[in-house]
Design a protein around this ligand. Structure first.
Ligand code: ATP
Ligand code: MG
Length: 337
């Protein structure tokens, strides 16, 4: 399987404070592979502070890992040539949480959509550029005649968010990194935006890294899911399998705490927050302090990922009779059937 984007043993440590003495390990030796052949939607779910945004910034090449590598089509993103980098910039697009923050309020939507067309020289004429804009607006369920000519503040949050998707779509990306794309949008619009993301996969063959703290929407739109806790994967695999029969005690806790299956009820509001200082022992499982099944060995070393089924793994010693999944084999979990 060829990989489109791969995080290989990636750690990100932020240093701050005087002499960089305070360090936060936002991601800890994490691996993830997005397949190049079959477009898929991979959800990365986790509570606040679990490292989701850090992961999306790494995937977009906006920040560099402290250890490990981010590879695009097998090449280290930090070492791309100018041309390769431009191609990467075009093929990997971002959609962020707050669509207002992204748009300059003084420019019309036409202008905002023209910028990428010009930058990447996508159209040969004004007319062609206009056609492209109309096409991508329609693809996300917007009516071009209603949208073009307006300023961002004249649009609803849901419309603005769809415009950021349309803007990404103009570039015909291979991968869309969507960090909490619907968390600031009204519940009534959430489903529409998620549908347009699914349409991008189906109609345009775009893979999506869907980053969320909301398991319900993750279940509705994704093919695979990665559950993060404090910068590490707790459980990963096929979304049906993981959500319908979670195996890791952390995933179980999360799933028990949400009312199903209403897409409008959110998981974030009932987050099981760890208290400060509740970090368990530094060397053991990061979930040990909160785990109902904690064993002696959980406090002594970190459990690796165990492969429980062809499309699922969990990082928990309860499953140590199963084969270990080495980081380099994480890709085998994400082969979409
Ligand atoms: N630039 C930074 N400097 C220092 N620490 C950071 C920085 N960015 C993030 N962190 C820390 O890294 C950890 C992971 O942050 P991250 O933003 O990736 O979490 P998240 O899962 O996206 O959370 P949320 O759901 O709240 O958006 C947190 O402890 C955060 O405080
Ligand atoms: Mg975040």
């Amino acid at each position: 399987m060829a990989s489109l984007l791969e995080l290989r043993n990636v750690s990100k440590i932020y240093s701050q404070g005087l002499l960089s003495r305070e360090q936060t390990i936002a991601l800890d030796n994490m691996s993830l592979v997005i397949d190049d052949t079959t477009p898929s939607i991979i959800a990365v779910a986790g509570e606040s502070g679990s490292g989701k945004t850090t992961m999306s910034l790494l995937a977009l090449g906006f920040i560099e890992p402290t250890h490990g590598e981010v590879l695009y089509k097998g090449r280290n993103v930090a070492k791309l040539s100018r041309e390769e980098h431009l191609q990467f910039r075009r093929e990997v697009q971002a959609v962020f949480q707050d669509p207002f923050a992204v748009f300059n309020p003084f420019y019309t939507i036409d202008h905002l959509l023209t910028v990428p067309i010009d930058k990447f020289k996508l159209a040969r004429s004004k007319k062609e550029a206009r056609q492209m804009m109309e096409e991508s607006l329609s693809a996300v369920g917007l009516r071009p005649e209603e949208i073009l000519g307006r300023f961002p503040h004249q649009l609803s949050g849901g419309q603005r968010q769809r415009i950021s998707v349309a803007r990404a779509l103009l570039l015909k990306p291979k991968l869309l990194v969507a960090d909490e794309p619907v968390s600031m949008v009204d519940a009534s619009l959430r489903a529409t935006i998620l549908e347009s993301l699914q349409k991008l996969k189906k109609d345009y063959g775009i893979s999506i890294l869907y980053i969320t703290h909301d398991l319900t929407t993750a279940y509705h739109i994704s093919d695979q899911i990665v559950v993060l806790y404090r910068g590490a994967i707790m459980e990963a695999g096929d979304v049906e399998t993981v959500i319908k029969s979670p195996k890791h005690p952390y995933t179980r806790l999360l799933i028990d705490s949400i009312p199903w299956p209403d897409i409008n009820l959110r998981w974030g509001s009932s987050d099981i927050q760890a208290k400060e200082g509740d970090f368990g022992s530094a060397k053991g499982c990061r979930f040990a302090a909160r785990c109902p099944f904690v064993m002696e060995r959980c406090r002594e070393s970190q459990p690796p990922l165990f492969k429980l089924e062809p499309t699922r793994a969990a990082s928990c010693f309860l499953y140590d009779e199963f084969p270990r999944l080495e980081n380099e084999n994480v890709s085998s979990l994400f082969v979409y059937k």
